[in-house]
Write a protein that binds this ligand. Structure first.
Ligand SMILES: [Zn+2]
Length: 238
């Protein structure tokens, strides 16, 4: 009986804390229109978006959420798009160039992610360790996070890493050590090279990196296609 009461209390506490947390989304500042996004870009060009493949043509794209081959078994993007803020793209270009000397390149799994998609992901998988939290928003929503791995530049094949992308297990933690030596070397080369150019690895996901910056990047909830159109529009204006 005591244990049932304890379980009930736990469930009730969870529900009340979550409704409170969800209530906080009201206070989140989220850009929802391209007109608003354009305003912020005109005030600060650091907030511009670029298509990663246009900016770094040798990079490989494998946008998992544009397929159903992902941890959610669902297609969450209508097409494979990889968008990122301008300073992040510049830093990433440096990473790609640095790795090229070693015969290695980058493969992108995900970049900018609309806020609504982060909410949908949490609805499907309400995990507070690995998931972006709707009441906070994710740095993917700000266009300053990247999910990526290393490939052999010539064969375009992925280098062996501790886990597949989005594996929600301990081996995904970047300090996990019970791994073959070559796997540790590959993971640490990725983390070391990314950090050399201003990226910080996530504490529980070896593939996720946030770009360090003083700029206050806003959360965004605009579909990829609309941001792509804005990129074109601003390019033509120049
Ligand atoms: Zn990520």
């Amino acid at each position: 009986m005591k244990s049932i009461a304890l379980i009930l209390i736990t469930i009730l506490t969870y529900i009340s804390s979550h409704s409170q947390e969800n209530g906080r989304t009201i206070n989140l500042k989220i850009i929802k229109t391209t007109a608003h996004l354009e305003e912020t870009i005109l005030l600060d060009s650091n907030k511009s978006f670029v298509q990663i493949k246009d900016f770094i043509p040798t990079i490989e794209l494998d946008i998992k959420y544009a397929t159903n081959q992902n941890v959610f078994y669902r297609k969450l993007y209508s097409r494979p798009s990889a968008l990122i803020r301008l300073p992040v793209a510049k830093a990433l270009k440096n990473v790609q160039e640095d790795l090229f000397a070693k015969g290695i390149g980058l493969k992108i799994y995900d970049a900018y992610r609309p806020y609504t998609v982060t909410c949908k992901m949490f609805e499907i998988l309400p995990d507070t360790i690995y998931m972006g939290l709707p009441w906070k928003g994710s740095k993917h929503n700000k266009g300053i996070s990247l999910d990526l791995t290393l490939i052999d530049f010539k064969t375009r094949k992925e280098l062996p890493m501790p886990t597949p992308f989005d594996a929600l297990v301990y081996a995904s933690h970047p300090n996990f050590k019970l791994l073959p030596e070559n796997v540790i070397q590959n993971r640490d080369l990725l983390i070391h090279t990314m950090s050399k150019f201003g990226f910080v690895v996530d504490p529980v996901e070896w593939w996720h990196f946030n770009y360090n910056s003083d700029t206050n990047f806003e959360l965004i909830d605009i579909p990829h296609s609309e941001i792509e159109n804005l990129i074109l529009k601003l390019k033509l204006k120049r």
